[in-house]
Design a protein around this ligand. Structure first.
Ligand SMILES: NC(=O)c1ccc[n+]([C@@H]2O[C@H](COP(=O)([O-])OP(=O)(O)OC[C@H]3O[C@@H](n4cnc5c(N)ncnc54)[C@H](O)[C@@H]3O)[C@@H](O)[C@H]2O)c1
Length: 336
């Protein structure tokens, strides 16, 4: 089967392309390369265009009328940048996505999987959330995700689209076959920073916030291997209507599913696991939380199991191992 992957030249989108190919499917990538990597599109069907470019979307669908569903990963993703430059984030993530949804709907391609984020959840006692937990998007970035969920829901109710918002927790690792991974020069993700500290590209790893009401005071997360995350998308798009059947075909044609392991791991526990896999300790210090930081959350993973017939398989150590391996080779694959 063939699927359209927006943002398929990015970290998660390219891993989804690999997972689709490994299960015998064909990804078609739409990416402007605003942040993504051409290297991740090699030997793949690739259209370099903006998601809001209606004529580009028309061309893709004319040339690939057998596309069964779209996975919409394209977005700007750096939270602090969204605070200092909200305009770019609302344009790219909201107004351009709106145009993409309209094009897909008008052109008769109603099935859409949307990359949403656990960053829209409020912090709850015990830190474990379900899809029904209260939301509180804390940054412009998180608000763009929340807005797009609402827009998608309205499109599904009004225009006969069918939407699945997948709320990702904290992706880590790289493609286990090392086709892709984190591609930015200075990673902002926690594991990217740990790898850079271990490899001497950064002096010290900051544990930002050590007075949260968690078991050891550091923030709590749900670290999910990016390959497990990608596999969830394969299940979602290849059995799209089956997912809706198992959900009882809600009349608004819209579903929300959390993607995480079901286990909370603190930042200090991640550092300890990292040092164990790496075999050495790293330079680290405890600091104040950054503006906008929260204690965090992890997910109840029951809905994903029921609807996607999916659960995570790879332990945190495998995510660390793959991130380290990718950190060592990535400059041979990516030209910065
Ligand atoms: N990485 C995470 O921790 C995380 C967590 C939760 C949700 N998400 C979501 O997952 C998705 C993918 O994230 P990622 O980490 O792979 O990011 P990424 O930056 O690696 O990939 C995003 C891709 O989208 C492309 N893009 C952006 N705007 C575009 C536009 N207007 N037209 C065409 N292409 C455009 C970029 O060039 C890039 O290749 C995003 O929607 C993000 O919000 C990511």
């Amino acid at each position: 089967m063939k699927f359209l992957i927006t943002g398929g030249a990015g970290y998660i989108g390219s891993t989804i392309c690999s997972a689709l190919e490994d299960s015998g499917h064909i990804p078609v990538i739409l990416d402007s390369l605003i942040t993504g990597r051409e290297e991740f599109t090699r030997n793949r069907i690739f259209y370099k265009a903006d998601i809001a470019d209606r004529s580009a979307v028309e061309t893709i669908l004319k040339e690939h009328p057998d596309i069964q569903a779209t996975v919409h990963c394209a977005a700007l993703i750096v939270v602090p940048e969204s605070v200092t430059n909200p305009y770019d984030y609302y344009v790219d993530n909201v107004s351009k996505s709106l145009e993409l949804f309209k094009s897909l709907s008008d052109l008769g391609y109603p099935r859409l999987v949307f990359s949403s984020s656990a960053s829209i959840y409020d912090v709850v006692p015990g830190f474990k959330v379900t899809e029904e937990s209260p939301l509180k998007a804390n940054s412009p970035y998180a608000r763009t995700k929340y807005m797009m969920e609402m827009i998608l829901k309205d499109f599904c109710a009004a225009y006969g689209m069918k939407g699945i918002a997948l709320r990702y927790f904290n992706p880590i690792g790289a493609d286990p076959k090392m086709r892709s991974g984190i591609h930015v020069k200075n990673p902002t993700h926690v594991l990217g920073k740990l790898v850079d500290t271990a490899l001497g590209k950064q002096d010290t790893f900051d544990i930002t916030g050590v007075n949260w009401p968690t078991r050891d005071g550091s923030g709590i997360r749900d670290f999910i291997h990016v390959w497990d995350l990608a596999r969830a998308h394969v299940n979602a798009v290849t059995d799209f209507d089956g997912v809706f059947d198992r959900a009882g075909n809600p009349p608004d044609n819209y579903l929300v599913i959390n993607l995480g392991t079901g286990n909370g791991v603190t930042v200090k526990e991640l550092v300890a696991a990292f040092e164990k896999v790496y075999g050495k300790t790293i330079n680290k210090r405890e600091t104040e939380p950054r503006p906008g930081d929260v204690a965090g959350s992890f997910t109840n993973a029951d809905k994903a199991l029921k609807l996607l017939k999916w659960k995570t398989e790879l332990p945190i150590e495998k995510g660390i191992e793959d991130a380290l391996k990718w950190g060592e080779i990535r400059e041979t694959i990516i030209k910065f």
